[in-house]
Design a protein around this ligand. Structure first.
Ligand SMILES: *Cc1c(COP(=O)(O)O)cnc(C)c1O
Length: 414
């Protein structure tokens, strides 16, 4: 049905385009062998016109669905009016976007960035600055506690405290000042806190590690511990935030509001890179002119889109849909009786199926699902994730579950 538009848009066949890509693009990814050409809502189409249900949502960047009409309208109107100013001048889009974000996150001050990694870097600077100025940690001694298995992005500072060998290899030397402890282990965190600890930074659910959900009570225990020890709680909700787990923010599951909250991905409405750090006045109020910046951060186009992404998430009840259908999908997934599956984990529309190592690779499962019209992507060797746009319907989930069960049966039969 889309082959006409496809031909108009591109003179390259899928095969040619993929070859061109591998010839000229540094090979830092290993995509599934499909060339997407168009997308709308929860669906995407390849160049040949095959239709796919998106169970990946670009790592949650497309939580509002592909090309949401309201977001596209704001995007195009703002692009025609004023797209880029730099922060050398004011615009009438930054204030309203940051106000909305602060109100939704129940925070005082925000700082806009572009990518998730930049927002994480911003939070690291904010936490260290608080450590020196308020907690009076001696110069250059501030420590931040992080969790094994973390994923916070790809800058040299961030990969320095990753526990993934692939992320670090040949990229040192690394930034000092980070201490890594086991995830979901409140005792280990407590033991790692010293008088020089300015923050504990972690994902409330570890996404790239394989959708690892901590035990109930972990977030509230963390909140209590951080308050007692005068340490900032910094939560990276770049992937878990904005409805993915069935609450606007994952911290709301346990009323464990952090001091700094890092957002990205879905904040860009599925069309632009938009990220931000939101936090308390005590921490975010320490920034002064010259202490931090970004040429593109807070540009009018990004702000208009970010604001509309928040509006759409709220007004179209996407968070409620994530809670309701996420619970349904998790229950269905857990009910699948297959010797291939080791564990099913998740919260909201964010589910990881962990396969028995040696029995089948997650990559194979993703390839088989793709052949049946479902897009996902493995993380590590054993986990397949299901993270559709939050606008998905029960019927669409049921269809995907049916296809997934068929794939498992196929593989079980050999
Ligand atoms: C994706 C992600 C990041 C990094 O975001 P980029 O936009 O790729 O820089 C940071 N933290 C978490 C939890 C993420 O999932």
């Amino acid at each position: 049905m889309t082959s006409n538009t496809a031909q108009k848009q591109s003179v390259l066949s899928s095969k040619e385009a993929i070859e061109r890509e591998s010839h000229f693009v540094a090979a830092n990814y290993k995509p599934l062998p499909v060339l997407l050409n168009r997308a709308e809502g929860v669906y995407a189409w390849d160049l040949e016109g095959n239709k796919y249900l998106d169970m990946m949502s670009a790592y949650s960047a497309v939580s509002c669905g592909h090309s949401h009409p309201r977001i596209i309208k704001v995007l195009t109107e703002q692009a025609k009016t004023l797209a880029m100013t730099s922060r050398a001048y004011h615009s009438n889009t930054l204030g309203p976007f940051m106000e909305k974000l602060c109100r939704v996150a129940e925070m005082d001050l925000a700082l806009p960035m572009n990518t998730g990694a930049e927002a994480v870097e911003t939070a690291i600077k904010a936490a260290r600055q608080w450590g020196y100025m308020v907690k009076k940690i001696p110069d250059n001694k501030a420590e931040i506690i992080v969790a094994n298995g973390n994923f916070h992005g790809r800058t040299t500072t961030i990969i320095g405290f990753s526990s993934e060998a692939d992320y670090r290899k040949n990229f040192g030397p690394f930034t000092p000042g980070f201490v890594s402890v086991p995830f979901d282990d409140i005792k280990a965190i407590e033991a790692a806190i010293t008088p020089n600890t300015c923050a504990v930074m972690f994902e409330p659910i570890q996404g790239e590690a394989g959708i690892k959900v901590p035990h109930d009570g972990f977030l509230s225990q963390m909140r209590k511990l951080c308050t007692e020890k005068n340490v900032l709680m910094v939560m990276d909700e770049v992937q878990s935030g904005l409805g993915r787990t069935g609450k606007m923010f994952a911290w709301q599951h346990e009323n464990a509001k952090p001091d700094l909250l890092i957002l990205g991905k879905a904040l860009g409405g599925g069309v632009l890179p938009v990220s931000a750090v939101v936090g308390t006045k005590e921490v975010m109020g320490l920034f002064v002119p010259g202490s931090h910046g970004s040429t593109f951060g807070g540009n009018p186009l990004a702000c208009a889109v970010g604001l509309e992404a928040l509006n759409v998430l709220i007004e179209e009840n996407m968070v409620e849909n994530s809670a309701k259908l996420g619970a349904y999908m998790l229950e269905q997934m857990k009910g699948i009786n297959s010797p291939l599956i080791r564990e099913v984990r998740g919260k909201g529309l964010w589910i990881g199926v962990d396969f028995e190592p040696g029995k089948v690779s997650a990559r194979t499962v993703c390839e088989r699902m793709m052949a049946r019209g479902i897009l996902s992507k493995e993380t590590h060797e054993t986990v397949v994730r299901f993270a559709p746009p939050l606008i998905i319907s029960k019927e669409q989930i049921d269809w995907a579950l049916g296809q997934f069960r068929e794939v498992l049966r196929e593989i079980e039969a050999g």
